[in-house]
Design a binder for this molecule. Structure first.
Ligand SMILES: [Zn+2]
Length: 402
């Protein structure tokens, strides 16, 4: 097994009626830094750790005081017997269980009778931010759940006699398991990808716009590296992982549903993450993913609904980002960070496209996708390689001052 990946081998029992999960796990965890003597994970606060052991492990503590980044997580600290070196692999055996539920009405993840969605926002498995930003998670999960539920999620899911298996051996940064009684799936194949769409109703919007957006993105950015892609209309919030997009279903059904809004902010933005999802999510460098996703959405808006709608959307973003700090080195606890990263970021890319012209701009996007650019430095390098140094300097200034 690769010494770079965190491998989770899991037996997961979900009791939907009781909102109870029981987990037995072997976690093969690669040490990420020299002189490591403790490893910290986040894990859902309502879970009780029954056992945690391994040859290298001395003790552990589980502090259920809310984690700042993930409010539903507590802090699980594993103390090692000695210090370990980068690249060494340890095996942690874990047994934990607990009753979980849903905290916010539109929370991203939940465990309820009509919708089960468990991922890192609802941290049912131990993980830390180093794993999330290094995209090194692989897994093999056996799921047992009440009769009548269909299990699906990020990875290949197979129904066996009395359980389901979900495996993923291409590294990612989350383990997302979903289940529902009334989910339908439609698959669309193309020479480059297989797209699975999970929905209960209202899939028309995908037929009307979704595939068109995907074909535009393919034309503009080139193929994604992920062959298998899924889109889920979920009961909670929207988010995206590599090859896995979750959309907000309730917005489709709400009274103030606005088609152009849903097209741009939901389909356009989240689908773009099938291409743009290589940067760390918890630093200012996340503009690399978010600004590109946002500007991709604005570009499809322009194609479909015309220049006037596009200009309107630009204006809204300009107004929102008035009097906000620049992107570079942005403090991620800043309350309007989303405005800076998404709105201001997409405005910078708009300026760049104006400067380069469409043909050159798309050449740049293809190269960024091709090289899986994950930080600003790599981005600026490509910019310099493709065009003149002046363009890079100008863009650097915008990142720093605009
Ligand atoms: Zn995004």
């Amino acid at each position: 097994m690769s010494r770079k990946n965190s491998f989770y081998k899991v037996d997961l029992d979900i009791d939907v009626k009781q909102q109870f999960i029981k987990v037995e796990m072997e976690l093969y965890y690669p040490i990420l830094q020299n002189k490591t003597d403790t490893i910290e994970f986040m894990l859902h606060r309502d879970l009780k750790v029954k056992e945690l052991n391994g040859d290298e492990i001395r003790s552990y503590t589980f502090n259920t005081i809310s984690n700042q980044m993930l409010p539903e997580a507590g802090n699980l600290k594993v103390n090692l017997k000695g210090t370990m070196k980068k690249g060494e692999l340890i095996k942690i055996r874990l047994l934990y269980e607990g009753q979980l539920g849903v905290l916010q009405p539109y929370g991203d993840n939940r465990l309820t009778e009509d919708w089960i969605e468990m991922g890192l926002y609802f941290p049912w498995f131990p993980l830390n931010f180093q794993q999330v930003s290094s995209h090194n998670i692989i897994y093999d999960i056996k799921v047992k759940i009440d009769e009548g539920y269909k299990v699906f999620g990020m990875g290949e899911v197979i129904k066996k006699n009395d359980h389901w298996t979900m495996v993923k051996y291409t590294p990612t940064n989350d383990i997302i398991i979903m289940a529902s009684r009334d989910i339908k799936v439609e698959s669309i194949e193309d020479e480059d990808f297989i797209l699975n769409i999970y929905y209960d109703k209202n899939s028309e919007v995908i037929n009307k716009y979704g595939l068109w957006i995907l074909s535009k993105y393919k034309e503009w950015f080139g193929t994604t590296k992920e062959k298998n892609m899924s889109v889920v209309f979920a009961k909670g919030g929207a988010y995206a992982r590599k090859g896995f997009v979750v959309l907000e279903k309730y917005k489709l059904e709400s009274n103030d549903y606005n088609e152009i809004d849903y097209f741009t902010n939901m389909l356009g933005h989240e689908f773009a993450h099938l291409w743009w999802s290589n940067a760390p999510a918890d630093t200012w460098e996340s503009w690399i993913d978010e600004a590109f996703a946002e500007y991709s959405a604005l570009r499809v808006l322009r194609e479909k609904f015309g220049e006037e709608e596009f200009k309107k959307a630009i204006k809204i973003r300009e107004n929102r980002s008035n009097n906000t700090p620049p992107i570079k080195n942005l403090d991620m606890s800043y309350e309007k960070r989303k405005v800076v990263i998404y709105d201001k970021g997409s405005l910078l890319l708009y300026k760049l496209e104006e400067e380069l012209g469409e043909e050159n701009f798309l050449k740049l996007l293809k190269e960024i996708n091709n090289k899986r650019v994950s930080n600003t430095e790599e981005f600026l390098d490509i910019l310099t390689k493709l065009f003149e140094e002046d363009i890079t300097k100008k863009f650097e200034r915008l990142l720093r001052d605009f």
